[in-house]
Write a protein that binds this ligand. Sequence first.
Ligand SMILES: [Zn+2]
Length: 237
Amino acid sequence: MNASTARPQQIEAINTLQRRLATDCTPPEVLATWPSGKADRQIAYLTSLVDARRELPRLRAQWVSAMRLLAQTGADVSTIPSLPPMATPDQIEQSIHMLATGIDIARGGNGTDGLYAVQREIARAGRALRDRGANVDAGFYIYEGQLIRIVQAPEGDLYATFRDPATEHSWQYLKVSMYRVYLHANVASSDDLARWGRGTGMCFVCGRRLGHARTQDQGIHATCATGLGARPEDDHR
Ligand SMILES: [Zn+2]
């Protein structure tokens, strides 16, 4: 009797957006009980997340380039605060602006007049970085001898996680700047994952114990190994 509940097109739109974000999906039967206005607001919100996700690789490359340019002036970049986990495009842009000001001042400018030129230089360097394919993405990496997993958050930028075998489960947040991951991390091979599993008796991908002797020898569940690479980022265990 309620004419203002979510229409099928709205439910379909929300489901499509949720799939693109690989985020938790609200079941269609639940969405069907939503007021139409609420469905519209959710569509607008999820669309803004999808748009933001498109901006992130470009901004991330610019941010790393800005850090490099500042480091080249001899400035101590270790004091620069790293981006927060799940940084939004706005937060990254603000940080790039701050770095650009710092670069101009470090080069003898006043932090204002030379700012535009520095920002263009950062944009060019960011493009060059991406053209070289030097970009961190979601996946498994070795960072300072540690196996880590870089996760693409639905709500913002990449962040790093690791597993502590002592806790038996769940990913833990690794407090590290993506700048350092860019410079020092290497993509982990399946051998790296298997070695970690043989050493801990736990599968790095899913966090479950490696039960059978044969699985323990392999260091990773067969299903987890086959899913590598094509794995959607929906595992928040
Ligand atoms: Zn597994």
